[in-house]
Design a protein around this ligand. Structure first.
Ligand SMILES: Nc1ncnc2c1ncn2[C@@H]1O[C@H](COP(=O)(O)OP(=O)(O)O)[C@@H](O)[C@H]1O
Ligand SMILES: [Mg+2]
Length: 395
């Protein structure tokens, strides 16, 4: 999809049309906000999503990857309904979150629906009207078959983006399976794209993952795939979302503080992570801190206690103060547990703000971890309260 010498005028107009429709997409937090930059980078950025290539798009858990592609799909469907020829097609395939590669749902435009349904049934499954896949269908195989059929049977020449959501890379086994899939598919896509390019089409694949462990396979498969990195919402977009659902009022009431202060606090704890905002909205700030942040961190610190013994609190303090310089064992476990994420060495499709919880190479996925870790190190105890975290964040 990338146009090497920069984006042509008509492409830019199309991308603007696509973006404008995205903002009427409804999420569980109201209107879809922001992400112009990301869409521009995905649709036309150099080396980000290219025909004949696989791109692994990774970013913090809950930063909005799935929602971005849902909004994009919605927008393309709206344009199709209006009779606007965008030239883009999006096929969305989601694996089941808890099983590595079984497909749970698959969608596409009406143009490609027939091929998609055929591919699903050739693997023994069935696809219902709303895109739910019944039966055990392997996502890797489905994508391979689909790409092959598009390359050989689909008459129209379009820019086709195939999205594989929920690509799992959370443990040794799924990380290995993911790497194998990347290596095999990278070669197949080059070939299928070449065939399809005779009909002036292009096929790109983008695999979404939240698992920070993918960093480990970057070097091994580096030149075969593109690596792209997406971050949480910008401060402005995060505030827009907070305002949209009145979350600052709710938090102000819960903590007995002013609206301005609660707005600031939300940024310092959620850092623009929409899923964190959603959970705070549903459960309240303290319950979110207790249930999602402190429980996870406490288990992590307990594990680290065995490694570091007496040195633990110093190591944690220095990791929180400068995550880039944290002890390597500490960093590895923080990545494995999705507390931290590697942010260097990938094309960034989002702007990354400069904040103390974000280093040059590594960052805390959400700042609540950063503040809570500091509060624990300060107290030299993993038993801290949500109030301790709030105090640390507002200091
Ligand atoms: N740009 C956005 N505008 C509004 N809400 C969003 C946006 N991005 C994400 N969300 C909300 O945040 C939640 C988490 O996002 P999701 O896409 O599931 O994250 P990821 O796939 O990166 O883990 C979604 O349920 C959605 O309601
Ligand atoms: Mg997701």
């Amino acid at each position: 999809m990338a146009v090497k010498e920069g984006i042509r005028r008509e492409d830019r107009d199309i991308v603007d049309e696509i973006i404008s429709r995205m903002h009427s997409y409804e999420t569980s937090l109201g209107r879809f906000v922001d992400r112009e930059e990301e869409v521009k980078n995905i649709a036309a950025g150099e080396n980000i999503v290219e025909g004949g290539r696989i791109t692994v798009l990774y970013g913090p858990k809950g930063c909005g990857k799935s929602t971005l592609f849902s909004a994009l799909r919605y927008s393309l469907a709206e344009l199709e309904r209006e009779g606007f020829e965008s030239g883009y097609e999006l096929v969305y395939v989601s694996a089941k979150p808890r099983v590595s590669w079984d497909v749970s749902s698959a969608y596409s435009s009406t143009d490609l629906w027939g091929l998609l349904a055929e591919a699903v049934s050739s693997l023994g499954g069935s696809l219902d009207q709303s895109g739910v896949v019944k039966g055990l269908v392997d996502a890797a195989k489905l994508i391979a078959i689909l790409i092959d059929r598009i390359a050989r049977k689909f008459e129209k020449g379009k820019n086709i983006l195939i999205v594989l959501d929920e690509a799992r890379a959370s443990g040794r086994e799924s990380l290995g399976a993911f790497r194998d899939w990347l290596e095999v598919s990278a070669n197949e896509i080059v070939e299928d794209n070449r065939v399809y390019s005779r009909r002036r089409g292009s096929i790109a694949v983008i695999a979404l993952t939240s698992d920070a462990l993918v960093e480990e396979i970057m070097d091994e498969v580096n030149d075969k795939v593109n690596w792209a990195f997406m971050w949480n919402l910008s401060r402005i977009a995060s505030e827009e979302l907070v305002n949209q659902i009145g979350l600052h009022y709710r938090v102000a009431r819960e903590l007995g503080i002013g609206y301005e202060e609660s707005g600031e606090l939300l940024w310092r704890l959620a850092g623009g992570n929409p899923r964190a905002l959603e959970r705070i909205w549903k459960r309240g700030l303290k319950r979110w801190l207790e249930g999602r942040v402190l429980t996870r961190l406490s288990k992590f610190v307990e594990k680290m206690q065995k490694t570091f013994g007496e040195r633990l609190w110093e190591e944690l303090w220095s990791a929180a103060s400068n995550i880039d310089d944290a002890d390597i064992d500490l960093k590895t476990v923080m990545l494995k547990r999705n507390i931290a994420i590697y942010i260097a060495a990938a094309d960034k499709i989002s702007e990354i703000p400069s904040e103390p919880w974000i280093g040059r190479e590594y960052a805390f996925q959400i700042p609540a971890y950063y503040h809570a870790l500091k509060a624990m190190a300060r107290k030299r105890s993993r038993r801290i309260s949500p109030e301790d975290v709030v105090r640390e964040a507002m200091a």
